[in-house]
Design a protein around this ligand. Structure first.
Ligand code: NA7
Length: 541
């Protein structure tokens, strides 16, 4: 049913993931009227949709949790070192219930468009359930929520079951006795393949680019571990925010690998490999900067692959060589490489036998056609910009975001785009976002948005906009930071390289610790680069 007259709010938020939930809580605390629109039936954002078997966070659960309400961490018990999707989604649900957030969320409602009304000083928002208006619009739409299904010839002809990891059926899928093809070897594939293999009669993994993966060493958390975290969590979180590139508590690297002896090198890589997880990347401080240093880490992982995978040709095919390690988000797995030792699991190396077409009954590569009962596309997302450009807001002068971002996304601090007044992005391009513990970056951006809304109120202003010059300088700064590292050498989704036609621009800001310093310096100067002005508000109109 459609509402007839537009609903009107101080702030409309798109998305009820971790960003939307915290933002709603903050906005209420500021006495603002707010409405969240969410296309899913429940809260959790990416953790609502990514229900594929084995979906699990690569940041430890004790850290991948909110810090804004200390009671949440006292009253919620994480069961494992790395939480699986159902537990994370249940946590989002727990927070929504605890803070009574759902009454201001409209579920199963998509936001299909938004247009800035310059005269009225408000956003006119089109939702699947009717129009809304708001002084401010916040796109808390997530960085990995717009799924990408490759345009493989014949894709829609397949008569068997087809799945995308990012749009997994809520009732689950049972692959028992089935012949399954997985396309892709990114993080979603690497997590799901061992579980699908445990069910399927046959599993063929279609790999175009091999990936680096570190064992998770997941395990149940003990009461002692939880108590130890709780006793010092605030201090540790603060330390990670101030001192690390990714806002993850770890032991910081002590030296460059190029200055380490072979014994030191081996010992430190081995220690990190044995403790597991993405902090393997913090073994030495030059790994993302120097190709020779990087190669030591890459070769260490290749050696482990060769040890694990029994068939030497398969092991070699699984060894990544196309990109420096850490220039794509490192995968974290449980028994991924081990799965290729199972007799019913086969690697299809698309570099040797390219995928030609999907047929009605299977997949044809240059080596011939193989029948399957199910195809799983683990083919990723139109990352960081996909969900924003799906709404494609229309800013001042009728200019669309897709026009403003034609050469790549531009946003001052990853937060506001020039020409789009009162439109905030949460963890947008130009902010550390996907290179970090996302929850930490989300909290930072929500706090920054609320600070700007408070400034507006304190000054009797109603409009905030990024200055185009400040934005250009910021984008140049983001690019310069990336260019000083090995990151741009990978054809990664950070670069937009996985989506045909998407501009190749390194989107996230490298180093959330430095980002915070930049933000704090701007705050100390009363935010040069952000223009506040008075104008008519939604409530005057
Ligand atoms: P990713 O990391 O983008 O992985 C997608 C995979 O799909 C990757 O291996 C791609 O190979 C493969 N792919 C995409 N299109 C094709 C076609 N046309 N043919 C064959 N293979 C293809 O997505 P994920 O969902 O695994 O992970 C995304 C993030 O979520 C991850 O980084 C974590 O932060 C959580 P390619 O490398 O392009 O050769």
């Amino acid at each position: 049913m459609s509402d007839s007259s537009p609903a009107r709010f101080d702030v409309v938020v798109v998305g009820a993931g971790f960003a939307g939930l915290y933002l709603l809580h903050r906005l209420r605390g500021m006495g603002l009227s707010a409405r969240v629109y969410e296309r899913a039936e429940g809260v959790g954002g990416t953790w609502w949709w990514n229900r594929y078997p084995g979906a699990r966070c690569d940041v430890e659960s004790l850290q991948y949790s909110y810090s804004w309400d200390p009671e949440l961490e006292r009253d919620w018990t994480w069961s494992e070192k790395y939480a699986a999707q159902p537990e994370i989604q249940a946590y989002a649900e727990f927070v929504a219930e605890r803070h009574d957030l759902k009454r201001d969320i409209r579920f199963e409602t998509s936001v299909d468009g938004a247009e800035w009304d310059e005269a009225a000083g408000l956003w006119r928002i089109a939702t699947s359930r009717g129009p809304a208006e708001a002084t401010h619009l916040v796109l808390a739409t997530g960085c990995l929520s717009s799924t990408s299904l490759p345009d493989i010839p014949g894709r829609d002809d397949f008569r068997g079951e087809t799945y995308h990891t990012g749009l997994w059926p809520h009732e689950g899928v049972d692959f028992t006795g089935k012949r399954v093809a997985v396309i892709g070897t990114g993080s979603s594939a690497i997590q799901s393949i061992p579980i699908i293999a445990a069910q399927a009669a046959e599993l063929a993994v279609h790999q175009r680019t091999p990936n680096f993966s570190i064992p998770a060493r997941n395990a149940p958390l003990t009461d002692a571990q939880r108590a130890e975290w709780l006793a010092r969590s605030a201090e540790r979180r603060e330390w990670a925010r101030a001192n690390t590139r990714n806002a993850i508590v770890t032991t910081l690297p002590q030296k460059p690998v190029l200055e380490a002896t072979p014994e030191e090198r081996e010992a430190e890589f081995s220690r990190r490999w044995e403790s597991g997880g993405i902090t393997f990347s913090a073994a030495f401080n030059d790994l993302a900067l120097d190709p020779e240093a990087n190669e030591y880490a890459a070769e260490f992982v290749r050696e482990r692959i060769r040890e694990i995978v029994k068939d030497p040709a398969t092991a070699e095919a699984l060894c990544p060589r196309d990109h420096p390690i850490f220039t794509k988000r490192i995968c974290v797995d449980t028994d991924y490489f081990e799965t290729f030792n199972l007799p019913h699991v086969r690697l299809v190396n698309l570099r040797e036998t390219p995928l030609e077409t999907v047929t009605e009954t299977g997949i044809r590569t240059s080596a011939g056609e193989t029948p399957y009962d199910a195809i799983v596309y683990a083919t990723g997302f139109d990352a960081m910009t996909g969900s924003i450009l799906a709404i494609d807001p229309v800013g001042k002068g009728g200019r669309r975001m897709s026009q403003a971002w034609a050469e790549g996304p531009k946003a001052f601090l990853g937060l506001l785009t020039a020409g789009f007044p009162n439109l905030f992005l949460v963890t947008g391009p130009g902010s550390p976002s996907v290179l970090t513990n996302m929850i930490v970056s989300i909290e930072h951006h929500v706090d920054m948005i609320c600070e700007q809304l408070s400034r507006l109120a304190a000054r009797g202003a109603t409009r905030i906009e990024a200055d185009p010059q400040a934005q250009e300088e910021w984008v140049a700064h983001v690019n310069a930071r990336a260019a000083a590292t090995l990151y741009p050498r990978a054809a990664s989704w950070y670069m937009g390289a996985n989506i045909p036609g998407k501009p190749r621009v390194f989107m996230p800001y490298i180093g959330q610790d430095e980002y915070r310093r930049q933000v704090d310096a701007l705050a100390a100067q009363d935010w040069p680069g952000l223009k506040l002005s008075a104008g008519r508000t939604a409530s005057d109109a």
